[in-house]
Design a protein around this ligand. Structure first.
Ligand code: NDP
Length: 333
């Protein structure tokens, strides 16, 4: 199998030289093991943190000379585990590769290929969707008539977060980095308004588009975005702190301004990590597949073909060249 390994650790922005492709033998299966042929593979912002020495607070990092790993949808090619049969479509935490062995079947879960396109299990019906659900439903808790603001709104998490808020009856405003992305969130996802943050002062745009202030902030970006939201937020607003993608490639600490607003406005600011809520995935998939089937929720994916293109697919996503969930297509079922 071809695999992509970590060649070096990035200093600042990730570059193609941080990755290397290699050929590896597929190991023999021990009892309990499952051989998976990869169909789709996810590239996600959190992987940037795993490229650093020591990884992140909640997960160990990638190792030099070892394959990177992430969420994969594949098909069971051979099984020595009674829970999985040859031909089953499965989800798992597996290598950046064409094939891999899930030791003891660990991390594998069977997915239904008839419920939705398989790639959706990496996006709207996967952990990005569940992330949106946790942040919006358990922390943001938007009520009818409230104003919700979502940054990186066209992305994998953002598009679901905004649509969940709309379904809850809130007024939803999103921001994104191109006019096309803004057209997607307003035209297809039913956001009430949106703006291209590259063209405006974010605080001015928020004052214009969120005339009644912000009651729920779904934070995907951090930095200047967060500083602006702090200025425009209403008293007692809820902040679901999901990510800070504007910071992941910085080499120096960013000092966020306006934090005093947390005190004076009595804000509820709550960070969260989706893996703490992994047990919710099955009911989440059922509920969300129903939203999609009934036309209440739109899905945008951005599919790049070929394992060899995974590094560039990942780098490009960090820079915003994706419209919707970025996945890498490796093989057909
Ligand atoms: P996306 O599909 O949203 O892709 C990343 C997007 O981030 C880019 O397309 C780009 O869109 C935007 N972006 C990149 N740099 C900047 C910048 N400097 N300022 C503003 N926007 C920027 O990725 P995900 O949906 O997977 O992730 C979104 C966020 O959610 C990330 O912060 C991620 O870390 C976080 N996350 C958190 C999880 C948790 O458990 N807490 C789990 C999963 C994700 P644009 O063109 O709009 O700038």
């Amino acid at each position: 199998t071809r695999q992509i390994v970590l060649n070096s650790r990035p200093q600042g922005w990730v570059t193609p030289e941080n990755f290397a492709m290699r050929e590896a033998d597929t190991p023999e299966l021990a009892p309990g093991d499952v051989l998976v042929r990869h169909l789709y593979m996810s590239v996600d912002p959190y992987m940037r943190g795993l490229m650093n020495e020591g990884g992140v607070a909640y997960a160990a990092g990638f190792r030099i000379g070892e394959p990177l790993f992430g969420r994969v949808i594949g098909q069971v090619a051979q099984s020595r585990n009674e829970k999985f049969r040859e031909g089953d479509c499965v989800y798992g935490m597996l290598d950046w590769a064409e094939w891999s062995v899930a030791k003891g079947g660990e991390s594998l879960r069977v997915v239904d290929p008839h419920l939705a396109p398989l790639s959706y299990y990496l996006g709207t019906l996967g952990f990005p969707g569940l992330t949106a659900y946790v942040g919006m439903t358990l922390i943001g808790k938007p009520k009818e008539g409230e104003t919700v603001y979502v940054s990186a709104a066209s992305g994998a998490v953002g598009q679901v977060a905004g649509q969940l808020a709309r379904i809850a009856g809130a007024r939803v405003v999103g921001s994104a980095g191109t006019d096309e992305k803004v057209r997607f969130i307003v035209g297809e996802c039913g956001f009430h308004d949106g703006f291209n943050y590259r063209l405006f002062s974010i605080a001015e745009a928020l004052r214009l588009y969120c005339g009644d202030g912000i009651d729920v902030n779904f934070e995907n970006v951090g930095g200047a975005n967060l500083e602006a939201v702090l200025q425009v937020a209403n008293d007692f607003a809820r902040f679901a702190m999901c990510g800070m993608i504007s910071q992941y490639n910085l080499t120096e600490t960013y000092h966020v301004r306006n934090l005093n607003e947390i005190v004076s406005k009595r804000l509820h600011v709550q960070g969260f990590v989706v893996r703490d809520h992994a047990h919710l995935i099955e009911p989440f998939i059922e509920e969300t597949a129903d939203h999609i089937a009934r036309g209440r929720m739109s899905v945008a994916e951005d599919i790049v073909t070929g394992l060899e293109n995974a590094p560039q697919a990942f780098i490009g996503m960090l820079q915003g060249d994706n419209l919707g969930k970025r996945v890498v297509h490796i093989a057909d079922r």
